[in-house]
Design a protein around this ligand. Structure first.
Ligand code: PMP
Length: 292
């Protein structure tokens, strides 16, 4: 991924992709003093850009640093990264980290850097293909107790268990893994939130020890606009037997139906399909939606 022809927005200017480097003694690399976002542009516009920029700033504050750019400046920088690389349908990766001046755990005066990379990632929206659903494993690692780690930040350090869990699931032939929380309740997936359908209503875990996804919020809003009731509650894994449909939500996953989680089975149905289609319309820049 370090050899693409393109430009990366790096601390306020566009630099060639291959020159967007950090020093080995970067605090963020050693101690995970690092926060990021994952976003998508559709039709040349970054979807819910400001919400993502605000979350990035908030994640940095949780890790005790301040990104030296405003939300408006970050929004403009993301748009520049999309435009400069000519990526109407692209994925964006803003990342902020503590620099390399000091190498002790305490490094309050290290420079805070911000970079924004963007690359091509069209949404292959084929409803029939998606409705087959993905197969997921049950992860061994659990989302940690929020008293042990800043669980609500989109912080790099929280992804260590996601990578391990996803690798393990993929080795077994699954697409992803569902994670429980520290108390054994259903939490989320390694990079997406999770919803279930029962009796025409949506059920989703309360996001108090994992990332409250921006896609999750969008889908809750879309469902309510359709008159579908959304219940945020504690969900125990034993309950999965009683759910008819299941889908995951995330910037990358968008709305993706699930057919299996370990021994549990789901049949992607009308509500998953409806929300999948509604989301595909919602992400298009205003003015294009009528045509979508
Ligand atoms: N949970 C985790 C662990 C994630 O990495 C993501 C993707 N950012 C999500 C949930 C979904 O968040 P969003 O809808 O904001 O992309």
């Amino acid at each position: 991924f370090d050899n693409i022809d393109g430009v990366i927005w790096y601390d306020g200017r566009l630099v060639p992709w291959k020159e967007a480097n950090v020093h080995l003694l970067t605090h963020g690399l050693h101690y995970a003093s690092c926060v990021f976002e994952g976003e998508r542009a559709y039709g040349g516009r970054v979807f819910r850009s400001t919400a993502h920029s605000e979350r990035l700033k908030a994640s940095a504050n949780i890790l005790d640093f301040e990104i030296p750019f405003s939300v408006a400046e970050i929004d403009a920088a993301k748009q520049l990264a999309i435009d400069a690389n000519n990526l109407p349908d692209g994925y964006l990766r803003p990342i902020a980290w503590r620099g390399s001046e000091m190498m002790s755990v305490s490094a309050p005066n290290n420079t805070i850097h911000l970079a924004i990379a963007a690359w091509q990632w069209p949404s292959y929206f084929d409803p029939a293909e998606r409705l087959k659903g993905i197969r997921m494993d049950l992860a061994e690692y659990r989302r940690p107790d929020p008293r042990t780690i800043p669980a609500l930040a989109k912080a790099s350090g929280l992804y260590m268990i996601c990578t391990i869990s996803k690798h393990k699931a993929e080795r077994k032939g699954y697409a992803d893994a569902m994670m429980l929380d520290w108390e054994g309740r259903v939490a989320e997936c390694t990079g997406a939130n999770i919803f279930f359908v029962q009796g025409g209503k949506l059920h989703t875990p309360i996001a108090d020890c994992f990332l409250a996804g921006i896609t999750r919020a969008t889908v809750i809003d879309l469902a309510r606009r359709r008159g579908i009731e959304v219940i945020e509650r504690r969900i125990m894994p034993e309950e999965l037997d009683g759910f008819a449909e299941c889908f995951i939500t995330g910037t990358a996953a968008e709305v993706t139906p699930v057919s299996e989680i370990a021994a549990w089975r789901f049949i992607p149905g009308a509500i998953s399909e409806q929300l999948m289609r509604d989301y595909a319309v919602e992400v298009q820049p205003k003015g294009r939606q009528a045509a979508a």
